[in-house]
Design a protein around this ligand. Structure first.
Ligand code: ZN
Length: 247
């Protein structure tokens, strides 16, 4: 199966549309979208992003921002600027889109792939940012592959089948990886709507489960268009500015 793997759209419609357009131009021919959560939060288009996702064959996990918007997480755990947007999103989301977020699962398994927003140990909250955290998390997943988002940084962690050592590799632009059969992986496609690896372009990946390949892509989008809408909605300047730095 060919899966378009996306995460952390964060209500950035221009970025999401650019990813879908880029995948079409590259003729990636995906059969399904695997979305790893945080469809809303930070950006100006929460309704439009949920509704666009719903036009596609897809599965979608719950993220921490999604949970905050539906009242499942205490806003005190959020940065003030993020909390401001969670409240704005609560006022903006249509009831049917609220219901969509309420129905998102914390974990999914498809064959040898586990899907969570954050980490297998803490599906909503934990950041898998380094090798040590990844190593601990391999103990909380039974499948060979685990897909995560949440950090907004494309990365892959490999547990070598022979040595059992864990190492990390940043998945840079258009890098294709062929999974080794005896090894295990935790892979993050990066963020569509608010990248934090210094590259402001929208990040996504194409997973081919039959071929055992993971290909990382970036798509340019009209960042100023999203920024204009955020300004018009009175969103915090810090969140508007960071989009053009990818931090
Ligand atoms: Zn996020």
């Amino acid at each position: 199966m060919r899966c378009l793997v996306i995460s952390d759209i964060h209500a950035n419609l221009a970025a999401f549309e650019a990813v879908l357009h880029d995948a079409k131009v590259r003729q990636l021919n995906y059969e399904i979208v695997w979305c790893l959560g945080d469809v809303v939060g930070y950006g100006p288009d929460p309704n439009e992003c949920i509704e666009l996702l719903c036009t596609l064959p897809h599965v979608c996990l719950a993220g921490n921002h999604d949970w905050a918007v539906i009242g499942k997480l205490d806003l005190h755990t959020f940065h003030e600027s993020a909390a401001t947007i969670v409240r704005w999103t609560q006022d903006t989301l249509a009831p049917h889109n609220m219901n969509y977020l309420r129905a998102r699962p914390e974990r999914l398994e498809h064959g040898d792939f586990s899907l969570v927003h954050a980490s297998p140990r803490e599906p909503i909250w934990e950041y898998v940012t380094d090798v040590n955290v990844a190593e601990e998390n391999f103990g909380f997943v039974e499948t060979s592959y685990c897909l995560v988002g949440h950090t907004h940084v494309p990365i892959l962690f490999v547990k070598d089948g022979r040595t059992q050592n864990v190492h990390a590799a940043f998945a840079s632009t258009h890098v294709q990886l062929t999974f080794k059969k005896d090894s295990r992986y935790i892979v993050n496609p990066g963020s569509v709507g608010q990248p934090r690896d210094g590259d402001p372009r929208a990040a996504y990946a194409l997973l081919d489960t039959a071929a055992g390949t993971w290909t990382q892509h970036r798509a340019e989008y009209a960042i100023h268009h999203t920024q204009q809408k955020m300004r018009a909605a009175g969103m915090p300047a810090r969140l508007i500015d960071r989009l053009e730095y990818g931090r």
